[in-house]
Design a protein around this ligand. Structure first.
Ligand code: ASP
Length: 326
């Protein structure tokens, strides 16, 4: 018997075709994407759904929670794996959110395309087929949410969009991809342990502001955040997690009001916790109440903090959750 595979399309370049007004926009749905790849029908019993047809910058956190709930319902009804199709601009966020929200061993694979559906050398069909192959493979079970493009298999917590144009845009700069689709099967070179699942019952993440430390910044934006109604904030510090000395008391004041996580604006690598002793460095900032993000990027730290804030504002509990990403 063939495995049951749910393909859920949200839009993105993979669904886009040219319009008369100019430019490409989302048009195709999951059924049309599936029809364009005949090999899918041999691989699995496909259930194709198109809850959204949007460019991925317009996806919301509530949209992704609804996707997670649909996946949970499908898995409870016996679906063996799922592919979520969406725009590549926000895949690194969606995939991490689904990884944190969807429990169970059934693979969830997020894919998209860098070239439009009717572009020469369109990468959508190959990515969709590769993603489906990963989603139905028994060896993918228990790995959480994966991202598959260009035959690379990435873990949600490490993957980043790293180029604006190339089909090879997705990288996991810290670790490398965990596998590759070769001769129609995923070959895994590493397995990752799942982190605790935070579930969909408590709803979408709380609003968290993401700030970036920059040379010469006068801290006006940081100082304004607490009065804007955010439940938490993430600051992407310079290097291993550093800000101008004058920004340290501003962040301390912010951390007295809402939880503040310290990430790095550098492409990859963990924030430090015990090396630099100058004002505005990581030891100072952690002493002032900031929580280090470990190796999570600012984008991913914002999502984890938003989900944690649904249930706690306790800094120690939040710090413990982030400590599992060190
Ligand atoms: N802007 C597009 C989107 O994220 C890019 C893509 O899909 O590759 O929807």
């Amino acid at each position: 018997m063939k495995p049951r595979l749910l393909i859920l399309s949200l839009g993105g370049t993979i669904t886009m075709v040219p319009t008369e007004a100019g430019g490409i926009t989302p048009k195709l749905g999951a059924a049309e994407l599936v029809a364009s790849v005949p090999a899918l029908a041999e691989l699995a019993e496909i259930e194709a759904e198109s809850p959204l047809r949007v460019a991925s910058p317009s996806l919301t956190l509530a949209d992704l929670v609804a996707v997670a709930q649909r996946l949970e319902a499908a898995f409870a009804a016996g679906v063996d794996g799922a592919v979520v199709v969406q725009g590549t601009d926000t895949i690194e966020e969606s995939a991490f959110l689904l990884d944190l929200l969807v429990a169970g061993d059934q693979p969830v694979v997020v894919t998209g395309a860098m070239r439009g559906a009717d572009a020469p050398g369109a990468d959508g069909p190959a990515n969709l087929l590769a993603a489906a192959r990963v989603a139905v493979a028994p060896e993918s079970r228990g790995l959480g949410t994966l991202v598959v493009l260009n035959y690379d298999v990435h873990a949600a917590r490490f993957v980043q969009k790293s180029h604006t144009a190339l089909p090879s845009a997705f990288l996991s700069p810290l670790t490398g991809s965990i596998g590759t689709v070769i001769e129609g099967r995923p070959c895994y070179y590493a397995r990752i342990e799942r982190q605790p699942c935070l579930g969909t019952a408590a709803g979408p993440p709380e609003p968290v502001a993401l700030l970036r430390a920059t040379m010469g910044d006068d801290t006006r934006l940081m100082a304004a955040v607490a009065d804007l109604g955010y439940a938490g904030a993430v600051i992407e510090g310079m290097g291993a997690g550093h800000v101008h000395a004058d920004a340290a008391p501003v962040l301390e004041a912010l951390a007295e009001r809402i939880p503040v996580v310290l990430a790095s604006r550098v492409m990859t690598g963990p924030v430090f916790t015990k090396t630099y002793g100058y004002p505005g460095a990581e030891i100072d900032l952690i002493g002032r109440g900031l929580v280090p993000s470990g190796y999570l990027s600012g984008l991913k730290a914002r999502l984890l903090l938003g989900l944690l804030l649904r249930q706690t504002r306790d800094r120690a509990v939040i710090a413990e959750a982030f400590a599992s990403y060190r």
